[in-house]
Design a binder for this molecule. Structure first.
Ligand code: ADP
Length: 187
């Protein structure tokens, strides 16, 4: 799942991940599950509260640890399951680091023709999910800038054949249907 903050990566990733044979992993959730008094927990708060990305090395290390743990617990079966990634890779360097690890079958680029929709969604989410990084308009603007500068180039890294552009301006159910139609084609 790919797109700017507030594009619905988590919402649709979670639904897709609930289908047998799919496993959803949201990098932001992995970070938010860290205790705030751990070293990485503190680093996460330091960066995310400014709308910046956490440095690549600790991010990738934590992600690998989380996927390994899910595998050992029997929740994720790498040989047979499709992993629904959301929030990672979040820049070209992370995509390069993960290139040997991932066998990417599709990138769903969730886009909105109206930037105001994104900001409104983020502000709603701040209240609903207690997301401090969504509560401040300056942080939201910084997150959108970080997306444009660091994250968007990941689309070029994967290229046109893998990227499926999905307009998210309709109802969530209509967006999910578009994703599912593509997923069904992979068999
Ligand atoms: P959103 O849903 O708004 O895109 P996430 O929940 O995915 O936000 O991420 C929240 C914050 O966690 C990011 O702003 C960033 O600071 C940090 N983060 C999440 N994933 C990554 C990643 N792959 N690399 C670096 N930082 C990340």
């Amino acid at each position: 799942m790919f797109g700017p903050p507030g594009s619905g990566k988590g919402t649709h990733g979670k639904i897709l991940g609930s289908i047998p044979g799919f496993y959803h992993c949201a990098c932001g959730d992995v970070f938010r599950d860290l205790r705030a008094d751990t070293e990485l927990g503190k680093i996460f708060i330091e960066y995310s509260s400014r709308g910046k990305l956490v440095p690549d090395e600790p991010t990738i290390a934590l992600w690998r640890k989380t996927i390994d743990a899910s595998t050992h617990l029997g929740r994720f079966h790498p040989a047979t399951d499709t992993l629904v990634l959301d929030g990672i890779p979040r820049n070209v360097r992370q995509a390069e680091i993960l290139n040997d690890t991932l066998d990417v079958v599709a990138v769903f680029y969730l886009f909105s023709a109206n930037k105001k929709n994104l900001v409104a969604r983020l502000q709603r989410r701040a209240l609903k999910d207690n997301r401090l990084d969504d509560a401040n308009l300056d942080v939201i603007r910084q997150r959108l800038k970080t997306y444009e500068k660091d994250t968007r180039p990941v689309l070029n890294f994967y290229g046109k054949t893998l990227v499926h552009s999905i307009n998210t301006d309709g109802a969530p159910v209509a967006t999910f249907l578009k994703i599912l139609e593509q997923v069904a084609k992979f068999g």
